[in-house]
Design a binder for this molecule. Structure first.
Ligand code: ADP
Ligand code: G6P
Length: 455
């Protein structure tokens, strides 16, 4: 069954991401339970329903034995997921190392690791080698499951080397790549020792997508300044081959260094210091799901947050009330939505954030209450929700403290006006629309490439 443009009616979409939408926990030699994974990428992609989609990715667990691998593959098949099995050493070097200790902080403007810089430089090569090896393993699985006519959509900073590996297998494969984090200024990207190799590999894709126009612009400048390629209004051109670059807009924290959790709590402390009339009347509920717990930087962050929360509760708590409720855990989605709905003010203070779906979820759940969103100007969402939210610089604790006062005291009419703006945006820019736009642009790029060859 074909559409007038020659594409099949139900085109298969292979979604390739490091993290599958479910993470596996072993219950016995051949039995597994599957829990929904946390994070913006999974949330965004779970909102995409109208495709014949298969997911390819890592189930978040080491499965060294064949019995376990077979049983898990079967359990995942029921969820339309296909596993990529990564052993402990690869996970350590590729996921904990290159992805989350190097690329993630760098892309969020936190630089390359500061401590033990020499040791990091020495291990850099082996981590990058593991990164490439892991990407090749993803490519092998994609290649095994690929059928002619499928669209392959690769996701995020874990898989920047994948487009090139896939095109080596099959130049006709339609390959798109989407980044869920910021793409930093080219001045930051150029500090990365493997800067050129990664850019070149991403450029092997037919369409490269970013959350905001600024990230797309940074990527194009990195290609022109670092690779000496020509940037055009449509993307990047290399020896007559055009890679389209697009900004496709989409619209509670993981305990991550980029989320500005210590800064948020310190701003709340300042607010309490300056506003004694609010004592015992306002509570900060911080739900911080632990994440990437094997990476030392994340372990340090957990202790730091616990220490600050303890100090502030000791300082401002009474026998009947504590100002901060901090939970180190994930909540299931209905409970999270119930919390969003009863909250007066949401505080999203990311130091950098690709988009930030928590701010979207809060707005979507607030149609009755019309609560106020305080939003970091460094989150991609600030570009779409900026007119309705109170925008803050999360590094400026005094400003964030003042914004808490402004939000709590805001007149209902102004709250309503701000909320209406944000609600309209969130309900018209859905995950489904984002995916449809990306896949349709990806299909068009292939048509263009074929036209160029036939000229
Ligand atoms: P990131 O992509 O960095 O994880 P986002 O704000 O874009 O940040 O997305 C986070 C997603 O994970 C949201 O859908 C949010 O509901 C979910 N999430 C974050 N923290 C928790 C938590 N403590 N419990 C349950 N879900 C969470
Ligand atoms: C961010 C990244 C995703 C990642 C998520 C959770 O949203 O962009 O790729 O899946 O964080 O992190 P984790 O390391 O647990 O997959």
């Amino acid at each position: 069954c074909e559409r007038p443009d020659g594409r099949p009616e139900r085109q298969r979409l292979l979604v390739v991401a490091n993290r599958l939408p479910v993470s596996a926990v072993r219950r016995g030699e051949d039995s597994w339970s599957l829990d929904i994974s946390a994070g913006g990428l999974v949330t965004a992609l779970l909102g995409v329903k109208e495709f014949e989609a298969r997911w390819i990715g890592w189930a978040g667990v080491n499965v060294p034995d064949e019995i376990g691998q077979k049983a898990l593959t079967k359990a995942l098949a029921e969820k339309r997921c296909i596993p990529v099995f990564l052993d402990e050493e690869i996970v350590h070097q590729y996921y904990n190392g290159y992805c989350n200790n190097i690329l993630w902080p760098l892309f969020h403007y936190l630089g390359l690791p500061q401590e033990d810089r020499l040791a990091t430089t020495r291990s850099f090569q082996s981590q990058f080698a593991a990164y490439k090896k892991a990407n090749q393993m993803f490519a092998d699985v994609v290649n095994t499951h690929y059928e002619e006519g499928d669209v392959v959509w690769c996701h995020d900073y874990h898989l920047m080397y994948l487009p090139e590996c896939l095109k080596k297998y099959n130049t006709k494969m339609k390959v798109g790549w989407f980044l869920h984090t910021p793409f930093p200024s080219s001045e930051i990207h150029r500090t990365l020792p493997s800067r050129s190799e990664l850019l070149r590999s991403v450029l092997a894709a037919d369409l490269v997508g970013f959350h905001t126009y600024d990230y797309a612009r940074h990527f194009v400048s990195a290609c022109t300044r670092i690779l000496g390629l020509e940037g055009t209004p449509e993307g990047v051109e290399d020896q007559g081959r055009l890679t389209r670059v697009a900004a496709v807009m989409l619209g509670v924290d993981r305990l991550d260094m980029i989320k500005g959790i210590p800064q948020k709590i310190l701003a709340f402390e300042k607010f309490l210091e300056e506003n004694s009339t609010w004592h015992e009347k306002v509570v900060l509920l911080q739900i911080a799901v632990p994440t990437r717990t094997d990476v030392p930087e994340y372990q340090k962050l957990t202790s730091q947050v616990h220490e600050i929360v303890g100090r502030i509760n000791g300082r401002f708590g009474t026998l009947t009330a504590v100002p901060i409720h901090h939970l180190d855990r994930s909540l299931d989605f209905p409970k999270l939505c119930a919390l969003y709905a009863v909250t007066d003010v949401a505080l999203v203070t990311s130091l950098r954030d690709g988009m930030n779906l928590v701010s979207y979820e809060f707005v979507a759940c607030q149609d009755a209450k019309k609560g106020v969103l305080i939003l970091s100007e460094f989150a991609g969402a600030a570009q779409s929700l900026g007119a309705g939210a109170i925008l803050v610089n999360p590094w400026n604790i005094t400003e964030v403290a003042a914004s808490i006062g402004q939000a709590l005291n805001m007149h209902p009419e102004e709250r309503e006006k701000r909320h209406r703006h944000n609600f309209h945006h969130v309900t018209t820019h859905t995950a489904q629309e984002w995916a449809e736009t990306f896949v349709s642009e990806l299909n068009d790029t292939v048509v263009e490439a074929q036209l160029r060859t036939s000229k």
